[in-house]
Structures are given as structure tokens and as C-alpha cells.
Design a protein around this ligand. Structure first.
Ligand code: FES
Length: 127
């Protein structure tokens, strides 16, 4: 699975919105560093977080087991699995929030914003 990623810090810095359809196009035209915006590949049987780490990126995480929300990402395109044993509330999941530590790609392409743990709606989930 090919993943285009974007750091939520850049979204904040530039005053962009997560639900902006043009978000990734804007990111492509901004002068972002390779850690903030780019692409990576997820191998079969790899979680999104594992793939990011193998690719040399330091995305946030803590428990690695679906029990906090430090590893949360926002899914702009594609689908990432959600195991039954996790803390992400249904309403946030419906809005596109997922956990990268135990999320496995279900589509060939994904666009994700990582580092969304600083979003206020995730505050209560961070341990
Ligand atoms: Fe805690 Fe992913 S690191 S849920």
C-alpha cells in the first residue's frame, strides 16, 4: 500500500483544515521537509506505524496496543483497519480518526495526517 502522509503540525502552521479536499495538494506545493510530507510503503502484515518506523520516521506512539491515542492519524483517503479492541470512539472513527499502531491498510492507497493526537477531541483518550 502506498501512503501519502502529512504532519498535523504543518496543518496547524499553515492554518489548513483536516476536512479540506485540497489539503494534500496544498501540502505538495508548500515547502515542507521530508519528515512532514511525503510517501511511504506499507508491506503486507505491517501496521501503518511499523511502516513509518521502518521508513525512518518518528511518529508518535505510546502503548502500541490500541489503549491510548498517541498514535492517532486522520484518514483523508483510503481505509485502515480497526481491530475490535481499541479505544477510538465510534463518532471519531466515523470522522476518519484511526490508530496507526494497530491499523492495517485495506486499500492500495492511503492519505493520512499523522500527529493528530494534539486535536482537542482526542484529549480525553491520551494516556
Ligand atoms: Fe496507543 Fe496506538 S500507541 S493506541
Amino acid at each position: 500500500t502506498r501512503v501519502e502522509f502529512l504532519d498535523y503540525e504543518a496543518v496547524v502552521d499553515y492554518g489548513w483544515s483536516l476536512d479540506d479536499d485540497e489539503l494534500f495538494r496544498k501540502a505538495s506545493h508548500a515547502d515542507l521537509g521530508p519528515d512532514a510530507h511525503g510517501r511511504l510503503l506499507v508491506h503486507p502484515d505491517e501496521s501503518l506505524l511499523e511502516a513509518a518506523e521502518r521508513s525512518g520516521f518518528a511518529w508518535p506512539f505510546s502503548c502500541r496496543g490500541g489503549a491510548c491515542a498517541n498514535c492517532a492519524v486522520y484518514l483523508a483517503e483510503g481505509e485502515l483497519s480497526q481491530p475490535t479492541d481499541h479505544i477510538m470512539p465510534e463518532d471519531l472513527a466515523e470522522r476518519g480518526f484511526r490508530l496507526s499502531c494497530n491499523g492495517y491498510p485495506l486499500t492500495d492507497e492511503l492519505s493520512v495526517v499523522f500527529n493528530v493526537k494534539q486535536r482537542p477531541e482526542l484529549d480525553d483518550l491520551i494516556l
